[in-house]
Every structure is written in structure tokens, then in C-alpha cells.
Design a protein around this ligand. Structure first.
Ligand SMILES: Cc1cc2nc3c(=O)[nH]c(=O)nc-3n(C[C@H](O)[C@H](O)[C@H](O)COP(=O)(O)OP(=O)(O)OC[C@H]3O[C@@H](n4cnc5c(N)ncnc54)[C@H](O)[C@@H]3O)c2cc1C
Length: 549
């Protein structure tokens, strides 16, 4: 029997498995992706990519390709609207243009690109960076021990079986995650509340769309609740149906069980508000609308990511984005633990950081589902609505990797329009200049930790260099401000990161603030100290879960 040895095995090679592969490849970690399907996505599914996701793809050098794929598929910057039917009344605009008011939050825009358009870009770059991807192959079983995992893999074409031994496995095997079930990890949350369908159809909707550029169209009528997305040319699209009236005129959420072609044509016509329009059904996918998260994201050497870790209704468009963020959080940690630059405990911070974000995001998707599509589920006890920018860019991590600042106000998120720069939050995007070229502060973060010091932060720079040397890790150090490596003419950096000229801020390889010394000129002296080496050395070690020096 063929046998492979590899540091990381990724089970599932869809959006999250491929993102995981790409981020690991960028970190130089050898790995194998095993995917049951013969290739990348054949259904569009996720399309709304939020800024953090595009920012992460920018970080691995594929933003241009992703934007080009997006432009091939959709007119960008569309609106998100609720209607009673496409040709009927507009009930509410959630966005007039999905990028309105968020341009300054990131160097990357929100975009629309389907998994059909996106996944080949991820796969190509991952493969170019050395990823091994095995398609039409299935992980049949996974045994996890103290030192590693052993997977039995079956080739779905030849039936041939082989084994793979890995030091860690990432389960990116989707909502029904066989790996999660095998590990006996339960789910928490609201469970499944609709037997939904996605109807892929052809119909000429151009006369109904008119001049409108609509990215997502929620349909909320007494007869049907769901949403549309249309193709670039307005001649095809999909309709999700979460609930509708049945033959007896009763509202039902059991749509999948009765999704005949005739019913699907009826749903599409009703939602378009065009009873006689010619409609051709291309495909129908049945799926359960659910809102839940896994009890745990790590059991020994197996870690869950993406839909395997959290499932949410598509209202809001968070599911795939959250999964990509999981993958990014995990990839650098695996890289650092595998070659000893970080302590094994760093992997525990994955669950500590991502599980609260998963819970918050699932609840936000659920709140949107109930209020936009199905108030009948009950609005009591819903988490209050949070705007998209904090969900995307303002969530907070708490774990042993951060050096917290007192007092902790207990919040799980902040508005990225007014970032605090505190440890546990994503380092704010600030446009600065380096050697005459304009760039984002986050463009300076990539594979390793980064230290930004104020213009008078020479002591921090020296302390950082010697701490990094002592720990055997790389630390990129930049002096920001007057005569520094990085020009910040408007002083936006100091404001966003909350550090004065004699302050400093340490970012982890994922761009999250691990520690900061605000310096004396901001009026506050949090972290201000003369023992630069002790403070920064301790913070760098802590960020990697290494023993304190
Ligand atoms: C209609 C619709 C619209 C959506 N819109 C959005 C949106 O706009 N934005 C957004 O962020 N999200 C959206 N989502 C959610 C998004 O599609 C999912 O969150 C995302 O696809 C999850 O990716 P994943 O890789 O975790 O899981 P999946 O895509 O389910 O992939 C899991 C993969 O694992 C493979 N697999 C499973 N078991 C094995 C095994 N034993 N061996 C080998 N391979 C295995 C499967 O074949 C599959 O390819 C939408 C979902 C739907 C249904």
C-alpha cells in the first residue's frame, strides 16, 4: 500500500481547504490536500468576499488575479436590497454600493466572485508555491495519536487505498464534517431551521433589472422568502428558497423535499414577479440552513476550520469569509510550531481566538436571517445587530499569545472606523509611504512578526532585534514617522495605533496587535517602560507561546 509522510494533511479542498493550503504554502510548510471532488467548485455558493478576506489574498500576492476573476463574473459595487419580487416593490436597501463608507478601512475592497471563479486562482497559486493537491480522493478514516495522525485515503477513480501520516491534520471537510463526527465534537447554537434549496436557472431578467446593479436581492413576500444572485449578462442566476407557501397555502420551510422542476419554476417566476417568463432549471442543490458552531476546534493534533467548525445561513455572506480567516489564523501557527519557533501551546490559541469569533458571526448571520427572512423563528433573545465592518475587521482575540492592556472593557469587537490599536485587534490599515511608494501598514506584514516603532523608538528597535535573535525568529522592524523608514505625513499611524514617537507596537504574523507601548506623548503611558528589552522580549516570546526570557 502506498504511504505518504507529510507535516500537515488538509481534509477537504474547497474554499477553506484551498485557502489553508495557500497560507501554509506561503509559510513554506509542506502539506497534502485530499479532496473528494474531481476539481474545484462547480456551484457558485460564496460570492461576497469581505475586505479582510481580500486583504489576506493580497498578502499572498493574488489580489490582482482575484479582482480580475471577480470582474469577469459580476459588475462590482452593486447594491443589496430586499424586494417583494424583482419586478415589484423595493422594500429596503441594506447597501446602495457594497463599498460605500468602507474604502478607508483596508487597502482591499469588498468584492463579488463565486467559488467557481475564485477557487482555481487559489489552487493555482498554492500549487505554484509547492502545495500537493490530490483530487478524487477521500479520507476514509483518521486516527489521531500523541505524535501524529494517520489517514486512510481512497482514490475514488481506481479504488486504490493508501495511508498518509501527518504531524497535524486540518479538517476543512465542510458542514457535515466526517472528521468532526469521528472525533465526537458536538455542535452548539440554533441547529437547522430550514430544508432550503438553491435553484440554478436560466431566464432573461434584464428587463426586470433595468439599470439597477444589484449584487444580492432578498425576496420577502407572503408567498416566498429567499434571495437571488444574477449573472453578469442578466440571463441566468440562482434563487435560494428558505420558505414558501405549500400546495395547501401553508408556509413551509421543508422546501428541499418537494423541489420538483415544476415547483422550482413556480418559485423563480414568483420571486421574479413575472408569471409567464420562460425559465429553464439547470440544477437544484438541497442544503440545510443552520446556525451552529463546534464545541471545540482542536482535539490533539486535529484542528477544525471553515464550515466544519461553524455553519451559518448565507444572510450576511459570512460563512466562507469566516473560514478563510480561520485558515489564516491557523497557518502561521502550524508553521511556527512545526519548526520549533513557537511553543506547541500556540495551537491552543487557535480555538481560544477563533471560537468566540465563530459564535459571534454565526449569531449575526442568524439575527439577519430571522429579521430579514423568517421572523416566525422568534426575535426574542436574538443577538443585537452589529454592522458588517466590525464583523469583518473589528473582532477581538483573547488568548495567551497577547499581552493584554488593563482595564479590559470586555468587548468582543470594536468599530474599525475608529480603531484603538489595542492588543487582540487587527492592526489598523493606514496608508503610509516607503521609498516614495504608497502602501498599507498591513502590506508590511507577511510571514513573520513586525515591530513598528515611533520616530524616537530606537530603543525599541534595538530591543526587538536582540529579542528576535535570542528566540531565533525573524522580526521585521520599521521606524515610522520623521526621517523613519516609513513616512506618515499626516500622523495617521500614531492615531490609529495609539503610539507616540517613543512608543512601539508588535504585530503577529497575522497582522494582529500582540503588544504595544503607547509611549509618553499620547497622554497615556500604557506599556511605557525603560526596560525595553524585558518588555518587548517578554511580549515577543508570549506571542509565540515560548517561555519568558
Ligand atoms: C447559496 C449560498 C450562498 C453563500 N454565499 C456566501 C457568501 O456570499 N459569502 C460567504 O462567505 N459564504 C457564503 N456561503 C457559505 C460558503 O459557501 C461556505 O461557508 C463555504 O463554502 C465553506 O467552505 P468549506 O471549504 O469550509 O466547506 P465546503 O465548501 O463544504 O467544502 C468541504 C470540502 O470537503 C470535501 N470533503 C468532505 N469530506 C471529505 C473527505 N472525507 N475526504 C476528502 N474530501 C472531503 C468536500 O468534497 C468539499 O469539497 C454561501 C453558501 C450558500 C449555500
Amino acid at each position: 500500500m502506498r504511504h505518504d509522510e507529510v507535516p500537515v494533511l488538509i481534509v477537504g479542498g474547497s474554499l477553506v481547504g484551498l485557502s489553508m493550503s495557500l497560507f501554509l504554502a506561503q509559510q513554506g510548510v509542506a502539506h497534502l490536500v485530499v479532496e473528494r471532488h474531481p476539481g474545484t467548485a462547480i456551484h457558485p455558493r460564496a460570492a461576497f468576499l469581505m475586505q479582510r478576506t481580500v486583504e489576506l489574498f493580497r498578502g499572498v500576492g493574488i489580489e490582482k488575479e482575484v479582482l480580475a476573476a471577480a470582474q469577469r463574473e459580476f459588475v462590482q459595487n452593486g447594491a443589496i436590497v430586499a424586494v417583494d419580487s424583482l419586478s415589484g416593490r423595493e422594500l429596503q436597501y441594506f447597501f446602495r454600493n457594497i463599498n460605500d463608507g468602507v474604502e478607508q478601512l483596508s487597502a482591499s475592497p469588498r468584492i463579488f466572485v463565486t467559488q467557481i471563479g475564485l477557487e482555481p486562482v487559489l489552487r493555482e497559486r498554492a500549487a505554484a508555491l509547492g502545495a500537493r493537491l490530490r483530487y478524487s480522493a477521500e479520507v476514509v478514516s483518521l486516527e489521531a495519536g500523541e505524535d501524529g495522525v494517520t489517514a486512510l485515503v481512497r482514490d475514488r477513480t481506481s479504488g486504490e487505498e493508501s495511508t498518509v501520516r501527518a504531524r497535524y491534520a486540518v479538517a476543512a471537510d465542510g458542514a457535515h464534517s466526517p472528521v468532526r463526527r469521528q472525533l465526537g465534537i458536538g455542535m452548539l447554537g440554533h441547529g437547522t431551521f430550514s430544508d432550503s434549496i438553491t435553484i440554478y436557472f436560466r431566464a432573461d431578467v434584464r428587463p426586470l433589472l433595468g439599470e439597477r446593479n444589484l449584487s444580492v436581492v432578498y425576496v420577502v413576500s407572503p408567498r416566498l422568502q429567499g434571495f437571488f444572485r444574477f449573472s453578469f449578462d442578466g440571463q441566468s442566476g440562482f434563487l435560494v428558497v428558505n420558505s414558501a407557501l405549500d400546495d395547501a397555502g401553508e408556509r413551509t420551510t421543508t422546501i428541499g423535499a418537494t423541489a420538483t422542476d415544476a415547483n422550482c419554476i413556480r418559485y423563480v417566476r414568483e420571486a421574479l414577479g413575472a408569471p409567464d417568463i420562460p425559465v429553464e432549471i439547470e440544477d437544484v442543490q438541497r442544503w440545510g440552513a443552520a446556525a451552529e458552531w463546534a464545541e471545540r476546534l482542536r482535539v490533539g493534533r486535529v484542528l477544525l476550520a471553515g464550515d466544519a467548525a461553524h455553519v451559518m445561513p448565507p444572510t450576511g455572506g459570512y460563512g466562507g469569509n469566516t473560514g478563510v480567516h480561520d485558515a489564516h489564523n491557523l497557518a502561521w501557527k502550524l508553521a511556527y510550531v512545526l519548526d520549533g519557533r513557537a511553543g506547541e501551546d500556540l495551537l491552543d490559541t487557535y480555538e481560544a481566538e477563533r471560537l468566540p469569533v465563530a459564535r459571534m458571526t454565526v449569531e449575526q448571520a442568524y439575527t439577519r436571517y430571522v429579521t430579514r427572512l423568517d421572523p416566525g423563528l422568534g426575535t426574542d433573545g436574538l443577538d443585537p445587530l452589529i454592522d458588517d465592518p466590525p464583523i469583518d475587521l473589528g473582532y477581538r482575540y483573547r488568548s495567551a499569545s497577547f499581552t493584554p492592556e488593563d482595564p479590559d472593557d470586555g468587548s468582543q469587537w470594536e468599530d474599525p472606523h475608529s480603531p484603538s490599536g489595542r492588543p487582540g485587534f487587527r492592526g489598523p490599515h493606514v496608508t503610509v509611504r516607503r521609498n516614495g511608494t504608497q502602501l498599507s501598514t498591513l502590506d508590511l506584514v507577511g510571514r513573520d512578526s513586525v515591530l513598528f516603532t515611533g520616530a524616537a523608538g530606537g530603543g525599541w528597535a534595538q530591543a526587538g532585534a536582540s529579542a528576535a535573535e535570542r528566540l531565533g525568529v525573524r522580526l521585521d522592524v520599521y521606524r515610522v514617522g520623521d526621517r523613519g523608514d516609513i513616512e506618515d505625513p499626516g500622523g495617521a499611524f500614531a492615531k490609529a495605533y495609539g503610539v507616540g514617537p517613543d512608543g512601539a507596537v508588535l504585530l503577529r504574523p497575522d497582522g494582529f496587535v500582540a503588544w504595544r507601548a503607547t509611549g509618553s506623548t499620547t497622554g497615556s503611558t500604557t506599556g511605557s517602560t525603560t526596560d525595553h528589552g524585558g518588555a518587548l522580549g517578554g511580549a515577543l516570546a508570549r506571542s509565540l507561546c515560548r517561555p519568558q526570557p
